[in-house]
Design a protein around this ligand. Structure first.
Ligand SMILES: Cc1cc2nc3c(=O)[nH]c(=O)nc-3n(C[C@H](O)[C@H](O)[C@H](O)COP(=O)(O)OP(=O)(O)OC[C@H]3O[C@@H](n4cnc5c(N)ncnc54)[C@H](O)[C@@H]3O)c2cc1C
Length: 387
């Protein structure tokens, strides 16, 4: 293949699909490369907030109804509970429900939209390196491809990011959480799970979750590594407290989760980073689906404008990130250190008082109707469907 593409998108998951669909709809020639064959399994709680539903509609025309019909949304609940290992600390309902999805199926569906928009998608193609200045992308088998722009949407272990000399990979690693998640039959969980349940207070900087997912339940923990944390051992204790028999687990896997490692300048030469590759995950609850879609969309939009006008896409991408995304991530980061510190000093029960102060606005903050920045009303300025 000797073509020079307008853009090569490395990674065909959420950030990659959002970028590719945005570009292809503007008439750009786009090649998406992913090392996996879809549908591929993806470790994720699959929880969608209000803002995620809005952006899925704006970018892909998908709604809760269409996603349910496709079997992608597996459960819907407007309730929640926060627990310690010994007590329920808060529970209630929200102004909008959480939607729980099958991530493998969601990603596959979005890639279908990418193909329909006119982008080329090549699965089973691993990128082993790139040159952000020349736009050259090297595949694992040694072949070289070229594009005017590269979008790195290749996840937490990003190969594209490794070609950015200014990124401090050690600093990013320190703010990357370890996670473990398992999926079991709902009948194997000791109680019916009809809402997401968060477990706090058993880790210095992290938490556990139990999410309903149709006829299954997802159980996971995530947290920053401390020298004395043995993660697998901690997970066994967690299962024990939940009353889950380890014999019902068919697998137990981990995956890194950016947890406060977001980059302020994810642009180098003709390459832009989006999603987990840039560390764009909300650092309190670990919400990454929305941030992958939105940063992918912004990166795609900036490159599309650049292809049309010849103006460098970096400044526009940075402007969108700094106006819309980074204030949320910074606000959430401040809140998480405050909450983790308060719990360390006064015990997990202190969360009770915090949630009581404003359960409604806090729920709206998680959903994105309000900002992590002082709970102000948030206007995301989502594009209209088809825009
Ligand atoms: C255990 C766990 C639970 C989570 N739960 C939630 C949740 O409930 N809600 C939520 O909002 N977020 C959640 N997240 C976060 C969310 O899953 C991520 O933020 C999101 O998947 C990021 O999307 P992405 O497109 O940036 O990267 P990814 O989804 O990681 O996709 C990267 C893609 O790039 C491909 N790739 C990687 N390297 C290469 C390469 N060298 N060449 C070619 N292709 C490559 C991969 O195959 C993959 O398809 C969770 C994360 C974890 C780990």
């Amino acid at each position: 293949m000797n073509d020079i593409f307008d853009t090569i998108v490395c990674g065909g998951s959420l950030a990659g699909s959002a970028a590719a669909v945005t570009l292809a709809r503007q008439g750009a020639s786009v090649l998406v490369l992913d090392k996996a064959e879809f549908p591929r399994s993806k470790l994720c709680g699959g929880l969608l907030t209000w803002k995620t539903i809005q952006i899925l509609n704006a970018l892909f025309g998908e709604t809760p109804e269409t996603l349910r019909r496709e079997g992608i949304i597996r459960y819907v609940s407007d309730r929640y509970a926060i627990r310690s290992f010994t007590a329920t600390l808060a529970e209630g309902s929200l102004s909008y429900p959480f939607h729980f999805t099958d991530r493998a199926e969601l990603d596959n569906r979005l890639l279908y939209h990418v193909r329909r928009a006119g982008a080329r998608v090549r699965e089973g193609e691993e990128v082993s390196g790139c040159d952000p200045d020349s736009g050259e992308v090297i595949l694992k088998d040694g072949r070289a491809l070229r594009a005017r722009y590269i979008i790195g949407a290749d996840g937490a272990h990003s190969t594209v990011r490794a070609a950015f000399p200014e990124v401090n990979l050690n600093a990013m690693r320190r703010l990357t959480a370890a996670t473990i998640e398992v999926k079991i039959l709902a009948g194997d969980f000791p109680e019916p799970v009809d809402r997401p349940i968060l477990y706090v207070g058993f880790m210095e900087a992290g938490y556990g979750w139990v999410f309903p997912n149709g006829d299954h339940v997802l159980i996971g923990i995530c947290g920053l590594r401390r020298r004395d944390t043995h993660f697998a051992k901690l997970f066994r204790t967690y299962l024990d407290v939940l009353g889950v028999d380890p014999a019902v687990l068919s697998y137990q896997r981990g995956h890194p989760l950016p947890y406060g490692s977001f980059l302020h300048d994810p642009v180098h030469g003709n390459a832009l980073l989006a999603g987990d590759a840039g560390g764009y995950v909300e650092p309190l609850f670990g919400e990454g689906i929305f941030y992958a879609l939105s940063t992918g969309m912004y990166a795609g939009r900036a490159v599309a404008r650049s292809l049309a006008t010849g103006i460098d896409p970096g400044p526009e991408y940075l402007r969108d990130l700094h106006h819309t995304i980074l204030p949320e991530l910074r606000g959430s980061n401040t809140l998480r250190w405050f909450l983790f510190r308060v719990m360390k000093l006064f015990g997990p029960g202190s969360i009770r008082r915090f949630v009581k102060l404003g359960a409604g606005p806090l729920g709206d903050m998680v959903h994105g109707k309000r900002s992590y920045h002082w709970l102000k009303k948030k206007d995301w300025r989502f594009p209209q469907p088809g825009e």
